[in-house]
Design a protein around this ligand. Structure first.
Ligand SMILES: C[S@@+](CC[C@H](N)C(=O)[O-])C[C@H]1O[C@@H](n2cnc3c(N)ncnc32)[C@H](O)[C@@H]1O
Ligand code: SF4
Length: 451
C-alpha cells in the first residue's frame, strides 16, 4: 500500500484535530478559573524568576476574508485608544500582584494588528509595560506586523521601545489568490517592511505563509515561496489554511469549490517544504522552517523547543501572562483566559477588576498528557527517561499509553522502553497521533482539518 493510501485509511483527510498550542485545548476551558484563581497563581510566582508577557490588540483596519483570528475591524482610532487605556490599567493591576524581583524575559504583541497603533500609542504602551514590569537583561520583544499597516514612524517607535524580533504576515504573493482571500499585499510592500525591520537591527524575522488556499497550485506556491526566499526570513511558519466558516463568518466569502482537496493540500505542503529545505532551512516541528543559525532551529536541535499559544518557541519560562481581551495566561497550576469580548473585558478592567473569564485547573494526568503531546508536536518523539525522571508517571502507565496510541497507527510509529517516535511516513499524522494522548473528548467540528 502506498503512503497516501495509508494516510487516507487512517483518516487524515477527514479528521478535525486541535492544533495543540495548549493541552487541554482552549475549547475545553471551563468557568472553573475566575479572577481569584488568576490572582492566587500570579502571587505564587517564585520571587526572582523570569516570566513571559503577551499583549493582545484585537483590531485591524482591514478584515481579511481568510482570517480566523480573534479581531474586529475599526475605521477610526477612538475604540483603539479607549482599549489602550484599559490595557494600560490592566498592566498596572496585574503588575501590582507580581512578587518582588520577577522579571520579563519575553514580551510579545499580537493580534489582530498591533501595528495599527500610531507611533505615539506604541511608545506609550511600551513605556507602560516597562514602567510596571521589570525588564530582564537581554529581554526579547517581538511584534506581529502587517506589512500594509506599518511605516517608518511606527518602525522607529517600535525599535526605540526595544523590539528585536518581528513576525510579518505574507500568506501568498499571488495577486489572484490574494483577491480571492480578501488580502491584497504587493511584493514591494512586503519587501519594504522587511528592509525597514532589518535596517532597525531586527535579529530574528519570521514570515507567515499559507498552503491550502483557494486556487493554489504547485506552480503558484512555488512562485510564492521563491519570492519569500528572496527576502531571506530567519524563520517561516507554513500554516495550513484553516477553513472554519462556522467560527470565522468572514470566510463565507471564500468559494469552497476553489479550495484544494486534502490530497492536494498535502502536495502543496510538500512542494513548499522541498523549496525551503533546498534553500538551507531546517524543518521545525510540523509547520515551521528556520535558518540553522536562528535560535528556534538551535532550540529544536537541542530538544529545548516548546509550544505555546503563539506556536513554536524557544521561550522556556514556566509562566506566560496574557493581557488584553481573550488573552490566555499559563501557570504551573493551569490556564486562565481573559473575557473574549472587548466590551466585557473593558468593563471589568475599568471597574478595577481582573478580566479572567474561564480557564482550566490542571488535574489528574493533565500535566503528563500535556508534556507527551508537546514533545510529539515539537520533536515527533517522546523520550521515556525525561518523562519518568519528571515523576509524572510510572513505567507501566507510560508503556500502556504508548501501546494504545501505537495500536491506532500501525506502521506509522515506533516505540520501545526508551521512546515513542513518529516515523517519517507518519509525520503528516502528527496532530492525530498527539490526539491519541488526549483524554478530553474532541468535538468533530470545532477544529481545523488535520492536514
Ligand atoms: C493574528 S494574525 C496577525 C498577522 C497580522 N495581522 C497580519 O495580517 O500580517 C497571525 C497569522 O495567523 C495566520 N492565520 C490567520 N487566519 C488563518 C487561517 N484561517 N488559517 C491558517 N492561518 C491563519 C496568518 O498566517 C497570520 O499571519
Ligand atoms: S490576517 Fe491580520 S490584518 Fe488580516 S484580519 Fe487577520 S489579523 Fe487582521
Amino acid at each position: 500500500m502506498d503512503n497516501l493510501t495509508q494516510l487516507r485509511d487512517l483518516g487524515l483527510f477527514e479528521a478535525k484535530v486541535p492544533r495543540y498550542t495548549s493541552y487541554p485545548p482552549a475549547t475545553k476551558f471551563s468557568n472553573d478559573v475566575a479572577a481569584t484563581g488568576f490572582s492566587d497563581w500570579i502571587t505564587a510566582i517564585p520571587a526572582g524568576t523570569q516570566v513571559s508577557l503577551y499583549l493582545h490588540v484585537p483590531f485591524c483596519r482591514r478584515l481579511c476574508w481568510f482570517c480566523a483570528c480573534r479581531t474586529q475591524g475599526v475605521s477610526n482610532d477612538a475604540p483603539v485608544l479607549a482599549y489602550l487605556e484599559t490595557l494600560k490599567k490592566e498592566i498596572a493591576l496585574v503588575a501590582s500582584l507580581l512578587p518582588d524581583g520577577v522579571e520579563v524575559a519575553r514580551l510579545h504583541w499580537g493580534g489582530g494588528t498591533p501595528t495599527l497603533l500610531g507611533p505615539t500609542a506604541i511608545t506609550d504602551l511600551a513605556a507602560a509595560v516597562w514602567r510596571h514590569f521589570p525588564r530582564a537583561e537581554n529581554a526579547e520583544f517581538s511584534v506581529e506586523i502587517d506589512p500594509n499597516e506599518i511605516d517608518d514612524a511606527r518602525l522607529d517607535a517600535l525599535a526605540a521601545a526595544g523590539m528585536n524580533r518581528a513576525s510579518i504576515g505574507v500568506q501568498d504573493f499571488d495577486p489572484a489568490i490574494q483577491k480571492t482571500i480578501g488580502r491584497m499585499q504587493s511584493y514591494e510592500i512586503t519587501r519594504d517592511a522587511v528592509e525597514g525591520l532589518r535596517a532597525r537591527g531586527i535579529h530574528s524575522l519570521n514570515a507567515d505563509i499559507l498552503f491550502g488556499l483557494p486556487d493554489q497550485t504547485e506552480e503558484r506556491i512555488t512562485e510564492s515561496v521563491q519570492k519569500l526566499l528572496s527576502l531571506n526570513p530567519d524563520r517561516v511558519a507554513l500554516y495550513g489554511y484553516a477553513h472554519v466558516p462556522w467560527m470565522a463568518k468572514r470566510q463565507q466569502l471564500i468559494p469552497t469549490d476553489a479550495l484544494p482537496t486534502p490530497e492536494e493540500r498535502l502536495n502543496l505542503f510538500a512542494t513548499a517544504e522541498a523549496l525551503f529545505k533546498r534553500d538551507g532551512y531546517r524543518p521545525i516541528g510540523i509547520d515551521h522552517f528556520a535558518r540553522p543559525t536562528d535560535s528556534l532551529a538551535q532550540a529544536a536541535r537541542t530538544g529545548h523547543m516548546r509550544r505555546n499559544f503563539q506556536g513554536y518557541t524557544d521561550d522556556t519560562c514556566d509562566v506566560l501572562i496574557g493581557l488584553g481581551a481573550s488573552s490566555i495566561s499559563r501557570f504551573p497550576q493551569g490556564f486562565a483566559q481573559n473575557t473574549a469580548g472587548t466590551a466585557a473585558y473593558q468593563k471589568s478592567v475599568r471597574a478595577g477588576d481582573l478580566a479572567t473569564g474561564r480557564g482550566h485547573i490542571f488535574k489528574g494526568d493533565d500535566r503528563l498528557r500535556a508534556r507527551l503531546i508537546e514533545a510529539l508536536m515539537c520533536d515527533f518523539r517522546i523520550n521515556s527517561a525525561e518523562i519518568l525522571d519528571s515523576g509524572l508517571t510510572d513505567t507501566a502507565t507510560l508503556e500502556t499509553l504508548f501501546q494504545t496510541a501505537a495500536n491506532s497507527f500501525p506502521g506509522m510509529v515506533y516505540h520501545d522502553a526508551t521512546a515513542f517516535e513518529i516515523l517519517p511516513a507518519g509525520r503528516a499524522l502528527t496532530r492525530m497521533i498527539a490526539r491519541a494522548f488526549d483524554s478530553y473528548e474532541m468535538q468533530a467540528n470545532g477544529h481545523s482539518s488535520a492536514i
